[in-house]
Design a protein around this ligand. Sequence first.
Ligand code: BGC
Length: 739
Amino acid sequence: MASYSFNTLDPATEARVAELLGQMTLTEKIGQLNQISPLVFTPPDPSQGVDARPTFSMRQDLDDEIRAGRIGSIFNTREASFVNRCQRLAVEGSRLGIPLLVGGDVIHGFRTIFPIPLALAATWDPDLVERTARAAAEEASATGVDWIFAPMVDIARDPRWGRIAEGAGEDVYLGCVMAAAQVRGFQSQGLASGRAVAACPKHFVAYGAAEAGRDYNTVDISERALREIYLPPFKAAFDAGAGSTMSAFNEIAGVPASANPLTLTTILREEWAWPGLVVSDYESVRELIPHGFAADLKDAGRLALSAGVDMDMMGMAYLNHLADLVAEGALPLAAIDEAVRRVLRLKFRLGLFEQPYVDESVAAQVTLTEGQRALALEAAQASLVLLKNQGSLLPLKPGAQRLAVIGPLAESRHDLLGCWSLFGEEGDVESVMDGLRAYLGDTAPAPIAGCPLRGDGDFEAEAAVAAAEAADIVVLVVGEGQDLSGEAHCRTQLGLPGRQQALVDAVAATGKPLVVVLLTGRPLVIPELAEQATALLLAWHGGIRTGRAIADALFGAIAPAGRLTASWPRHQGQIPLYYAHKNTGRPARGAGTGQFVEFFRSAYLDAPNTPLFPFGYGLTYTQFAYRDLALDATTLGPADTLTARVTISNIGERAGVEIVQLYVRDLVGSVTRPVRELKGFARVALEPGESRRVTLTVPVADLAYVGADLQRRVEPGGFELWLGPDALSGLETDFNVMA
Ligand code: BGC
């Protein structure tokens, strides 16, 4: 599908921007740089217990501020009628009639909630991910949203960090593929509202590298790592046409990302010549004060604007202080003009001056339609990852075995929405029990919670054990609630929360086969559970159709085919854990030299270095065999393309999808290289007994990396290559790149 690019400068738009800018007073200009949420957020009251939710109330001064031209953008609105009302105040009530940009956190769906982004990435299906983004844009734009604060493209290698849920996982290559797919989807043309939507990849940059996985925490990484790991998904999003980004909360090597001249000016503007709009994160300009970087709000405004943050989200630094800063000569007017130009450019490019209002009848036609619900089911199915299936216990035969259903998530709807599902509604969600009932009708067993989702509360192991004993197979539905992942929801203990593991222990002691359905917003640390489970199906927080998708997989209507995009540790002490690590001088396994390597290894005394489940891993209801790996050429020049071929056979009894993954290792570099790096993948659907010769290609240019001098280049030398089902296995060969 065709999508908009907001990164090309067109002379007609530039002329309109210049003309409008010429009519604006300084106050009106500054108003364009101010973004506010009409809703005032009140955090949950802790005295109300763990189930307390935040509340929102309407700002009282909104109308006056819009009319006065003191607001350039609003965000997180729900209704078309409300947006139209605000737009009318701006267009008809303010002196210059400049429409508002209307932002929204549409992270994995608007009303139709899809699986969390980490789960969507596990589909390894950029086309499907693009379609979910388009569907989300369809619903959001019908309510007047024209600027989506997504995709979240932060590489995350620490599952303690709650926001790992919002991104594509640990890998740079896959992160780029998923970032571009979402941008194309959000910015696709032909939405029913007749409007355009701009994506806002975030959080610029390196937010996912927060020390110890604690949200907002310090990031202190080399500029080389910044360029090699954290920046590429942003570049991919911009190349796909994203014309805005959001500056992050974290600091980078001592300089906060929301006032960072290196990332915001040198890289974005000078090196990438990117003409887009930078909005701060929520109060991240104001937070330059507690960072210890700005003396006060005025100083914060000066630092952020001069570094390249164009719009201040909720910080009030720009609105309250930019005029004084200009009057005092602390900021040149030209810097304000440039920021305003970027805001106006996006407003013109979105067509807001021509069509500020949205047709209020469209939302009902495009929201939560059968098509949207079908897509949510397809996405929930495709994101399922089968982590274990001993003795091919799955799929089950509906009605043939007596089931017991146990666990605190069996009937939950709310939790399946996952984090950042602002406009999702619990009533739209199919629980796991709803899914099972679709197959078993009245014969579906009554579920037993067994224990609360977290905390100590009522522990009913006896009832659970009795039910397990009376059954042939136990379906255990366990994991994290919705409120354990997402922003500011970080954990140090990544096992099953509360007493769930004790419940599993009690049920496992019955010796009955256990089908564990795991619902979570992040990789968990579950070595015991993985051992106890006969089958382990990872279903994430899979959105409104999670329950149905799970039942479809349990009863074999579909076969799970997702693959992990973040490593699952065996122990918390292994974190951060990712497959693309360095070899070190004393590697734990594989090639090492010298007398010390037997005894002094880069390893733990009490655990292996390997994850419980590696990046790329996932089973399905059949098996695949790889053979005859061959390269068309084993010596390549810098302008060549590597072509690798392998034969994949479905050697099981059911149709299935294999994700063939291509990894390389650059053996010697002027900067050391990871032991493996993903450089491509292919989806291969095969019938039982079918074989196919599969071809993957990698331009040699894609083997480039950022050298010590911070320049990207391909270095000549030897490479290893693997084609396989995950980051720890596969057939291996090698090739050489010549200068
Ligand atoms: C989050 C952003 C989000 C913004 C606006 C912040 O707290 O970090 O991801 O877009 O709020 O809601």
